[in-house]
Design a protein around this ligand. Structure first.
Ligand code: C2E
Ligand code: CA
Ligand code: CA
Length: 377
């Protein structure tokens, strides 16, 4: 059932998906009920009928998806017309409902011979690059939404000394992931970042972890040995993972998170809102933070419904004791809106572009000193 009435924007359909059995607290149900009334005004009967059956809320950029249970799937499927977009959404939702299904490789169906050869070439280049010291790490500040104090940095890999010219991570992380070299590349980033940031007390360090790294049986031991070697305290480390990490092998993901969280390491859910993102079914994974994807942030000024959706998602995150970071914040208007809807932390060009350690250490050192002085006062 796809509902297009009320004041909802044309680009913000609401889709109900039959999903499987996650209990939600009464407070969350009440909140969802109020969201339903916002997006389906004047339709209280539908809202009243659906609210108790909602088991999760998910946001696809510009689309609010409520996972409901106990109803006939056919009756709830949206009318055709949204085409591949909606079919893709359902495939992802089905996968979300059955997280133990074996995962396929990244884009296995679509990889042509030429693309495969390109990836192999990149893999060979990355291997050489690691040996030749071609990689570096840049850091982007993550700031308190109100005080603008730098609370953390996100480590982002860079390849400035590639002989054929620098490539951005979006151009090579996929290849590194599919070949497995991401293990070594990821450990290089973690090692370098922990070593750079070890002395900057009071600044947390966020590091992106690829799903392949995360599934590696030695992953926990490797993280621990880098912490031991660099003297970086576990409680200042936060690993950024995506929903894919969790859905591809829920049991393994839970075990890794629990084991590292017991040592003090935090986990942030990256790219929230970039695909089908459900908060409710993630609550049992012991996450500390949710990062709102920059594509979703980019819509908030232009799509009035996006603000309502974000408010709902942030309220649910807070109800689950999760802190919320918005990334990709570029303008003052975005900053104001994100603060208004309750984001705790903000990251984006407005607060600083990713920079090499030598260029950012002074700013971070100043922030850390200010915090220490404030704490001692
Ligand atoms: P991400 O984890 O979502 O990282 C944020 C990306 O957004 C970074 O791109 C950052 O430079 C960019 N960004 C930050 N603020 C703004 C803004 O205000 N506007 C715009 N337009 N962009 C902004 P970057 O560094 O190119 O990295 C792209 C992606 O590559 C990352 O997305 C992450 O998924 C991956 N990546 C980067 N470093 C690593 C790494 O060390 N390990 C792994 N596994 N993945 C990495
Ligand atoms: Ca990230
Ligand atoms: Ca992200």
């Amino acid at each position: 059932m796809q509902r297009n009435g009320g004041q909802r924007g044309r680009n913000t359909p609401i889709i109900f998906v039959l999903g499987g059995g996650i209990a939600s607290g009464a407070a969350i149900l009440a909140l969802l009920f109020s969201i339903l009334r916002t997006v389906a005004p004047g339709d209280d009967a539908v809202a009243a009928m659906l609210a108790p059956r909602i088991v999760d809320i998910a946001i696809l950029t510009g689309v609010l998806v409520l996972l409901v249970t106990g109803m006939c799937l056919h009756a709830l499927r949206p009318a055709t017309g949204s085409g591949g977009h909606v079919r893709r959404l359902f495939r992802q939702a089905d996968r979300a409902a059955a997280p133990t299904q074996p995962a396929r490789g990244i884009g296995d169906d679509d990889v042509t011979d030429a693309a495969r050869a390109g990836r192999q070439q990149l893999d060979a280049e990355i291997r050489c690059g690691l040996i030749n010291g071609e990689f570096d790490v840049a850091y982007q500040p993550i700031c308190h939404a109100t005080t603008h104090e730098v609370e953390a940095v996100e480590a982002l890999v860079r390849w400035p000394r590639r002989p054929d010219g620098e490539l951005g991570p979006d151009a090579f992380i996929g290849a590194a992931d599919s070949s497995g070299i991401i293990h070594r590349l990821g450990l290089f980033v973690l090692q370098r970042a922990c070593s750079d940031m070890a002395d900057l007390e009071a600044v947390r360090l966020h590091v992106n972890i690829s799903p392949v790294q995360f599934r590696h049986p030695e992953f926990e031991a490797q993280v621990q040995s880098i912490l031991d070697e660099t003297g970086f305290p576990a409680h200042r480390l936060e690993l950024e993972i995506t929903e894919r990490h969790i859905l591809e092998n829920a049991e393994r993901a839970r075990a890794v998170i629990m084991s590292l969280a017991a040592r003090g390491i935090g986990f942030a859910l990256d790219d929230f809102g970039a695909g089908v993102s459900g908060i409710g079914h993630l609550q049992r994974f012991g996450l500390r933070r949710v990062k709102i994807d920059r594509a979703l942030v980019a819509t908030i000024g232009s799509d009035p419904q996006a603000g309502a959706l974000l408010t709902g998602a942030i309220s649910i995150a807070h109800a689950l004791s999760l802190s919320v970071v918005a990334e990709g914040v570029e303008t003052e208007d975005q900053e104001k809106l994100l603060r208004l809807v309750g984001c705790d932390l903000l990251q984006g060009y407005r607060f600083g572009r990713p920079a090499y350690f030598g260029d950012i250490a002074g700013r971070l050192g100043g922030a850390a000193n200010d915090r220490q002085v404030a704490a001692q006062a």
